[in-house]
Design a protein. Structure first.
Length: 163
């Protein structure tokens, strides 16, 4: 058994991508054979920050990797890093088994493309198997339990952008 206290948090960025109607992009996680964390859960695009990578640049890279487009512009940034712990049963399995959870920098972005720009199959190992636009307030109820607190914070922090 791995003691979570001995593991670091993985630096990560997240995107709250708003369309012109004020709705937010969410994707349903695809099940991967090597990934046991939260299959079927709905989440926002997010991903690791490479060494020496600027978080604002990383969020565009992650959008391109996860949803097939980076057609967006940053309109806000959550002022603090937000951190979550993985559930005990997936520590040592999820995130390559190297982390206890993630510390995340979140950005709100305005989508500047059209729906057909979104391509979940753009990468060899897609993160999502479905996507849709949702109301920002829906996010906490759609997320896996260990990410709900962060999604509640984001729903409050970016509520003024959903109009």
């Amino acid at each position: 058994m791995i003691d979570p206290a001995t593991l670091p948090y993985r630096p990560n960025v997240g995107a709250v991508l708003f369309n012109s109607a004020g709705l937010v992009w969410i994707g349903r996680r695809r099940q991967h054979p090597t990934q046991e964390a939260a299959p079927g859960g709905w989440q926002l695009p997010q991903g690791g920050i490479d060494a020496d990578e600027d978080p604002a640049k990383a969020v565009f890279r992650e959008l391109a990797e996860e949803i097939g487009t980076d057609r967006a512009e940053i309109i806000a940034e959550h002022p603090q890093w937000l951190t979550y712990d993985l559930p005990p049963d997936i520590i040592g399995k999820a995130l390559g088994g190297k982390y206890r959870g993630q510390t995340q920098r979140w950005f709100a972005l305005r989508f500047t493309g059209v729906d057909s720009d979104i391509n979940l199959e753009a990468e060899a190992h897609p993160e999502f198997d479905a996507w849709r636009w949702a109301h920002l307030a829906e996010l906490p109820g759609l997320a896996v339990p260990f990410k709900r607190d962060i999604y509640e914070i984001l729903a409050r922090s970016f509520a003024h952008l959903a109009a």
